[in-house]
Design a protein around this ligand. Structure first.
Ligand code: FES
Length: 590
């Protein structure tokens, strides 16, 4: 069967009494669905990133089953489908390198399939933004549910969360952690299903999806396993049916107002710096731009309210005990654009009117915040004309204003080769600079921006230094780390002209990042070529080394179309106010 027709690609494809409808129903009945079931409406796709190559998404099969209960109970027909899945610990060169590929996979599967709406099930860092970007461009009704944070572990009689890895690996580097304890740690660092159990990128993006109205209120922080998340999955299935019946697409939810709310939530929770990139990419899918100036203004007027790991001492479950995201929004209410829609379809002010906020040290009041403003500081200056970001709340306050001389590394291989060299000319006031690790140079901006403190300084008790790069860092990491410097070195940004010893001035109080070198001297310098692969994998565009872009495949597409971090690292051809036009051609099974 290879004939094509022009029937709209939605659930009606299953209801027609012609040959095409017969074929659709016949294939579903062959898969075990009853005659009555194949005529149920609407048809809800369940787009899942479940994969054995993504342990953080391990719980999504059970959640998909619960979503199906909800869809069926509301009279719909659920059909689960996979897309590619991106696991932070496994994917190389980086998951950001493949985020746009996953977004295209999601968009095209939603567009191409005969479904009326979709539930997005994702978890590990890039899966949530990829699903939101794809669903927004596809335009069909969509609602998300994240995998949820995994349980807190135990180590040496204390709670163990994923961010402890950074301190413990420094202990390993200095010899303080022996082989037996290192092996024991390997067995308990990740105690089960779910995403990282601190305010890292995965949880931050789940909070952002909820703020944007793309997930039901109060669902982001529910534990990955247990009845509460399972029940949320069933409610999400029911909600997908409502949305499909109403024909309400994600552009009703993701608006300039909800994007501002989402950025303020990011600042209020001291969330992952990665979310700055993802939010810009999501905004770009509706032809909107947050921009450095607006983000700086919102950051400068939003208090840091949560005191949760990795920025603070408290656990994520304590924030959930306080009331989760709705409780955070209640504290933020005066700053909130509360007419933006929540995941129930009600404006947020209606949801907040019935929100109960419980006392918890993990959530401070707006009158007694952790920081009055600026947990994330957007930087600009001669070293970052198009911007950079620092998570001030995770940096040693002593370094918020700092002048130091540069110690420059050209890519990861150079960093690894020299950072622990006892002869490295570095002290605690130096500024460590890594270049060649941006969207093009990395490729895919590896999470290496939290450069290791040189071992000889670690042994002297140095715990934080100013570090600057065109890379990203894990949402679970911390330190005085300036990230996302744009333009990156690989496309000729000022970072490419820094040499050892150059004075660099960071001032988070004024949002400045400057290279204190005479402009004429800088103009005389040639951009310094580097290793070309911060991942060390030797694959990818390799543009940093000056080699020709790859001739084929995704690497070629990526290299020709990826935008800088200041534009969300989306592909230029995917940013548009016009949603993907729904196709009317259809390929029959053949
Ligand atoms: Fe998957 Fe952190 S590594 S959520």
């Amino acid at each position: 069967m290879s004939q094509h027709s022009t029937r709209p690609r939605n659930g009606e494809a299953f209801g027609a009494e012609d040959r095409d409808g017969f074929i659709h129903r016949a294939f579903l009945r062959g898969a075990g669905h009853s005659e009555a079931t194949v005529r149920a409406r609407p048809v809800i796709g369940i787009c899942t990133s479940w994969s054995e190559l993504n342990p953080c998404n391990q719980g999504l099969r059970e959640l998909a089953a619960r979503v199906k209960h909800g869809v069926i109970a509301a009279g719909g027909l659920p059909l689960e489908f996979p897309t590619i899945s991106l696991a932070e610990p496994f994917v190389r060169p980086t998951t950001l390198y493949l985020r746009n590929l996953m977004a295209m996979d999601v968009e095209e599967m939603i567009t191409a399939s005969p479904i009326d709406g979709v539930v997005l099930l994702g978890g590990c860092d890039k899966t949530v933004p990829a699903q939101l970007m794809g669903a927004l461009s596809a335009g069909k009704p969509a609602v998300a549910l994240a995998a949820g944070p995994r349980a807190t572990g135990r180590w040496a009689g204390k709670p163990l969360t994923i961010d402890d890895l950074w301190t413990l690996s420094d202990e390993r580097r200095t010899g303080a952690l022996d082989d037996a304890r290192w092996s024991a740690l390997e067995g308990c660092l990740v105690p089960g299903a779910g995403t990282c159990n601190v305010l890292g990128t995965a949880v931050t993006m789940a909070l952002i999806a909820e703020t944007l109205g793309m997930a039901l209120p109060g669902t982001s922080l529910l534990p990955a396993t247990g009845g509460a998340r399972a029940a949320a999955a069933e409610r999400t299935g029911r909600r997908a049916v409502e949305l499909a019946r109403a024909g309400q697409g994600p552009d009703a939810y993701i608006t300039p107002a909800s994007l501002e709310n989402a950025f303020r939530v990011l600042c209020a929770v001291g969330g992952s710096t990665n979310a700055v990139i993802h939010l810009e990419a999501i905004a770009g899918r509706i032809g909107h731009r947050l921009g450095l100036d607006a983000m700086a203004e919102w950051s400068g007027t939003t208090p840091l309210l949560t005191d949760v790991r990795p920025s603070g001492p408290h656990l994520l479950e304590e924030l959930e005990d306080a009331g989760g995201l709705p409780a955070v929004l209640l504290e933020l209410a005066p700053l909130l654009r509360a007419d933006a829609l929540s995941g129930t379809g009600e404006p947020w002010h209606d949801v907040l009117a019935r929100t109960v906020r419980h006392e918890s040290p993990a959530l401070r009041s707006a009158s007694d915040p952790v920081l009055a403003s600026g947990s994330l500081v957007m930087l600009r200056g001669s070293l970052a004309p198009d911007g950079a970001v620092i998570k001030r709340s995770a940096a040693d306050p002593r370094l918020w204003r700092h002048r130091g001389r540069a110690v420059v590394f050209d890519g990861l291989a150079d960093l690894h080769a020299r950072v622990d060299d006892p002869g490295l000319d570095v002290d605690e006031d130096s500024v460590l600079v890594l270049r060649g690790a941006g969207p093009v140079g990395g490729p895919g901006m590896p999470e290496v921006g939290q450069l290791p403190i040189p071992a000889k300084l670690l042994r002297r008790g140095v715990t934080d230094m100013v570090r600057i790069s065109d890379a990203r860092m894990s949402g679970t990491a911390s330190g005085a780390v300036v990230l996302h410097v744009a333009p990156e070195a690989a496309v000729g940004g000022p970072l490419a002209r820094v040499v050892d010893g150059d004075p660099i001035v960071l001032d988070v109080t004024t949002g400045r990042l400057d290279l204190d070198v005479d402009a004429a001297e800088l103009a005389r310098r040639e951009p310094i070529p580097g290793s070309g692969s911060a991942s060390g994998a030797g694959s990818g565009p390799g543009a940093w080394s000056g080699s020709a872009p790859p001739a084929r495949g995704y690497a070629s597409l990526y290299r020709r179309h990826v935008l800088q971090s200041s534009e969300g690292c989306d592909f230029d051809f995917l940013r548009s106010a016009a949603a993907h036009p729904h196709r009317t051609d259809r390929g029959d099974p053949s």
